[in-house]
Design a protein around this ligand. Sequence first.
Ligand SMILES: NC(=O)C1=CN([C@@H]2O[C@H](COP(=O)(O)OP(=O)(O)OC[C@H]3O[C@@H](n4cnc5c(N)ncnc54)[C@H](O)[C@@H]3O)[C@@H](O)[C@H]2O)C=CC1
Ligand SMILES: O=C1[C@H](O)[C@H](O)[C@@H](O)[C@H](O)[C@H]1O
Length: 346
Amino acid sequence: MVTVRIGVIGTGAIGTEHIRRVEQRLSGGKVVAVTDISLDAARRCINALQLDARLYDSEDDLLQDPSIDAVIIASSGPAHEGSVLKAIDAGKYVFVEKPLATTVNGCLRIVQAEERTGKRLIQVGFMRRYDPRYMALKSEIKSGRYGAPLIVRCVHRNAHVDERYTTEMAVLDTLIHEIDVIRWLIGDEYVSVQVLYPRGTRYAHARLQDPQIFNLVTQSGVVITAEVFVNCQYGYDIQCEVVCEDGVISITVPKLLDIFRTGFRAQPLMQDWKLRFAEAYDAELQDFIDHVGRGDEPAGPSSVDGYIATLVGEACVLAQVSGEWVTIPRPEEDLIVKDSLGYGRL
Ligand SMILES: NC(=O)C1=CN([C@@H]2O[C@H](COP(=O)(O)OP(=O)(O)OC[C@H]3O[C@@H](n4cnc5c(N)ncnc54)[C@H](O)[C@@H]3O)[C@@H](O)[C@H]2O)C=CC1
Ligand SMILES: O=C1[C@H](O)[C@H](O)[C@@H](O)[C@H](O)[C@H]1O
């Protein structure tokens, strides 16, 4: 096992978190280079984490460094396609935050470019597949003890978002986690989607519909109701309940503490994704580093998973605009075959 030398493109919120975990918590990896479209952001990250890493003026320069084995792409979503394609061209392994790309065609360009190399290079940051609660939920469903899944109810609530967050971002920035993790949980593909807009909260800015309810149907007829509410005020609340023929299985809200005081019992709630999914982020990146360090191909969520998530996401955006039920195109047949052969399946 060699130490995987990592370059990071995008040193914002999650980029900095990923660098911190590689440097301070995980094994087998070292961040040796960083870049960001804002060099100040990259310098702040190097200083804050006291990194022994080279600052590159651009991703092009970073990707030309032959000593770099792999890159973590944690820039803003619209930038992912270009960076991933350049990284594939430079022969680097790639861990890319979701979404793989913000358009279906962009995802297909990536899948085809990766395929031309003859090996798997990409892992997508769908970390919920590595969350102990989602893993336990999947294991219970797969056991068959509860019969077939019939209905899935999800809640994805953030306390607040800022003015940059738009109605459409509720899909490729937020709901995309449910889109990926539910198809992984129940092993089924989506066929249609409808969006409902309940009465809007006064806390949402003028250009944001909030909350939103996404109703999705799968090939086997499972109905998924996913609530996205990004100004819920009280905290970061991620829920998932699977109703099966012989029982109901749901993910519990993680308990930090039980606080007792006169007349009250309270449990503090997590306020954002960093803490709620800390174990999952560590596990997904450790998995990536372990595979690359052994000379194996990444085995986590694949470029095909990223393509399918954006394909479904595009249909969700159409449903947001039309207010009608939208048919979700079937993923390209050969890609499904490849994916069904365990390509990127955990
Ligand atoms: N898996 C998860 O739970 C989470 C995933 N994300 C994803 O991670 C990505 C980044 O999100 P945040 O860190 O919250 O955003 P952020 O805005 O805090 O950071 C993005 C960084 O990328 C840089 N950047 C933008 N365009 C660039 C380009 N073309 N080249 C290089 N750097 C560029 C920006 O200057 C900024 O420093 C997004 O795709 C987001 O969806 C974010 C939060 C949680
Ligand atoms: O990927 C993420 C985070 O994991 C949160 O769940 C979302 O609410 C956020 O919008 C997104 O960036």
